[in-house]
Design a binder for this molecule. Structure first.
Ligand code: SF4
Length: 210
């Protein structure tokens, strides 16, 4: 296949750059504790300084797979597929999610919401980032809002973000992993005072699983 055909397939979402995929337990948010097949799509233009998957940013460094191959592997592993990144919405997610749903798989996404929303999703986890704000359409469709708390100023940011999501959206504060010892007590106090929020922890890291 020529480079041009490959690029066209990428633009159309028929092929996607994949940094890694693995069957594990969802560690965070509403579905924590549930078995899920994760597909980490490569490419991210957000650039958070504390990002723990910086190796995902450059999509050119990762293999490209057809959506058929991704779906075939996923359906043999799990009923729930979590598309994460990187920033998966940099790519057209419609073809992949249509195919996953044809295979009776639940489609979940973890996104910063900073690119156009594509795809058919059973669950949207929106984790907004200061460096590139989410688009309005993603705020409206988010099922859960997950704010990463790196320092105390992120609590004010969290409140600003919470005003933009729907009333049904579940609100989570999650300590940034390297700051957890410092931020967990702050978050605990905050959630007891502001009960619309819940705490999300990266339980997969405590379990020592991917
Ligand atoms: Fe890393 Fe996610 Fe931020 Fe991209 S949006 S830089 S993948 S934390």
């Amino acid at each position: 296949m020529s480079q041009d055909e490959n690029n066209l397939n990428l633009i159309q979402g028929l092929k996607l750059p994949v940094m890694e995929s693995f069957y594990t337990i969802q560690g965070e948010g509403f579905y924590k504790g549930s078995a899920a097949y994760f597909v980490r799509i490569a490419g991210c233009d957000v650039g958070c300084h504390w990002c723990d998957v910086k190796e995902s940013w450059d999509s050119n460094l990762h293999p490209i797979y057809s959506i058929e191959k991704i779906a075939e592997t996923a359906k043999n592993k799990s009923k729930m597929v979590v598309i994460t990144g990187g920033e998966p919405l940099m790519w057209d997610m419609n073809p992949l999610t249509i195919l996953l749903k044809k295979n009776n798989l639940k489609t979940h996404i973890e996104t910063s919401g900073s690119s156009k929303l594509t795809g058919l999703w059973d669950w949207i986890c929106l984790s907004p980032k200061r460096r590139k704000a989410p688009l309005n359409e993603v705020y409206q469709k988010a099922n859960e809002l997950k704010i990463i708390v790196f320092n105390i100023h992120d609590l004010k940011y969290a409140e600003e973000q919470a005003k933009k999501v729907s009333n049904d959206c579940i609100l989570y504060l999650q300590p940034e992993w390297d700051k957890r010892d410092e931020m967990i007590p702050v978050i605990v106090d905050y959630v007891m005072e502001n009960t619309k929020w819940k705490i999300s922890l990266q339980t997969h890291k405590y379990l020592n699983i991917p």
